[in-house]
Design a protein around this ligand. Structure first.
Ligand SMILES: [Zn+2]
Length: 414
């Protein structure tokens, strides 16, 4: 077993934190912004200093390869260097920097590899500058059409195509990821579970399926002072009844089910006027397709008329749970046991590049604890000790997989 160098990892994280540093200790590093380009340039420099070759594909995804002795497809690590506005110093970048630390440790220890290793930086994972999230892992795995993505526009009116052309990171389509043996993405948990349970590593078995519905309620606008309560058709009162009702029904289904009423639009949204329309969303997530079906049944069974208002439940979108590769998950868990790090099998409630990569390459994820479960904010924090433990597990998993793979090329099956 090889331990990573915590001090060096900390220094590397601190160095990357300068690219887009914010006043309160976070980062704003929007995809293909000048801060992102600086981070990319430095990442490339670090990889080349280790003897890795860096290739770029047509979506500006970066691929750094450490050659192996055999001509085999690579084992891949990675994540994303971009952040949200006023995001943290760990989301995404940690998956790349722990991978870098793993490669540095391999080189320090003269470990000979049969299988090539690759580190990927996926472009525009956050979707914070260009919608949608996980854009470029989505394009190379045929979840999104590239032509449509090129037209995605940021707040300044710059299209993704323009940003790509100006970035200096528009590479060749032939460099896209294909035919890898495994993909392992280390990421901060972005939730409170590991910390609350006092655990060190999350073995991520998949990404939760989700549905998002819009509940549209229409009533009658009228004067807030002159209309007696008994003569109103008030969609806001109906909305509050429905939210309470849904909370009651959904909380009975499964204790791991989560649901959120995250957006509400009120028309005309004036304090002296009874609204004529209230539209709110419910986002719900669970790993089990049956439970998600039950959620949808509850939503679709809402009465279409309540207190004089019409009620409609409209599905905006949904995705099935993505299950990661069990062989890789077992290896991650075994690595935790070897190091004596406590671990916990779990599903990710948030989306990650790995969920798209999983459709073409056997994939899994490693989570490290988030202090107070916070992410996408400047307070986002994972202790350097926990970061280093994550790097140990990433390295150990990669080494075990490459040893197995070199003997038996079908050791990891989809
Ligand atoms: Zn992320």
């Amino acid at each position: 077993m090889y331990k990573c160098n915590q001090v060096r990892l900390q220094q590397t994280i601190e160095h990357f934190s300068q690219f887009g540093a914010t006043e309160n200790g976070g980062v704003t590093r929007l995809s293909l912004s000048k801060e992102d380009i600086l981070a990319r340039d430095y990442f490339k420099e670090c990889c080349e200093a280790l003897g890795m070759k860096v290739k770029i594909d047509d979506m500006a995804n970066m691929y750094a390869v450490l050659p192996g002795k055999k001509d085999l497809p690579p084992i891949v690590m990675g994540s994303h260097l971009d952040s949200v506005v006023k995001g943290g110093r760990f989301d995404g970048v940690l998956g790349i920097l722990t991978a870098l630390e793993a490669v540095r440790t391999i080189i320090d220890n003269d470990i000979e590899l049969d299988v090539p290793l690759m580190i990927i930086n996926f472009t525009n994972e956050e979707g914070a500058r260009f919608d949608p999230a996980m854009m470029s892992s989505g394009v190379i795995t045929e979840k999104f059409e590239k032509d449509v993505m090129l037209q995605s526009t940021d707040k300044e009116g710059t299209t993704f195509a323009q940003a790509l052309a100006q970035s200096g990171y528009e590479g060749d389509v032939t460099n896209r990821l294909k035919n890898a043996l495994a993909y392992i993405e280390l990421h901060i948990e972005q939730g409170p579970v590991l910390e609350a349970k006092g655990l060190e590593i999350g073995v991520v078995e998949g990404v939760l399926g989700m549905v998002c519905y819009e509940i549209r309620i229409n009533g009658q606008s009228n004067h807030a002072g002159t209309t007696p309560m008994s003569m109103r058709k008030d969609p806001m009162l109906v909305a509050s009844k429905i939210i309470n009702y849904l909370h009651g029904e959904l909380s009975k289904l499964d204790e791991e089910l989560v649901y959120t009423f995250g957006r509400m639009n009120v028309k005309p949204n004036i304090h002296t006027v009874i609204p004529n329309e209230v539209v709110f969303t419910i986002d719900s997530r669970h790993q089990n397709r049956e439970v998600m079906k039950q959620v949808e049944n509850v939503l679709l069974a809402l009465q279409d008329e309540m207190d004089g208002c019409t009620v409609q439940a409209v599905k905006l979108w949904g995705r099935d749970t993505v299950h990661f590769n069990s062989v890789i998950c077992d290896e991650i868990e075994a690595a935790c046991q070897s190091f004596g790090y406590s671990s916990h099998r779990m599903y990710s409630g948030a989306g990650h590049d790995a969920q798209y990569v999983a459709s073409v390459v056997p994939s899994a994820m490693i989570f490290v604890p988030s202090v107070d479960g916070k992410s996408h904010c400047e307070e986002e924090l994972t202790s350097y000790e926990d970061c280093a433990k994550g790097a140990d597990i990433l390295l150990e998993t990669v080494l075990t997989l490459q040893a197995k793979q070199s003997v038996n090329p079908t050791a990891i099956t989809k």
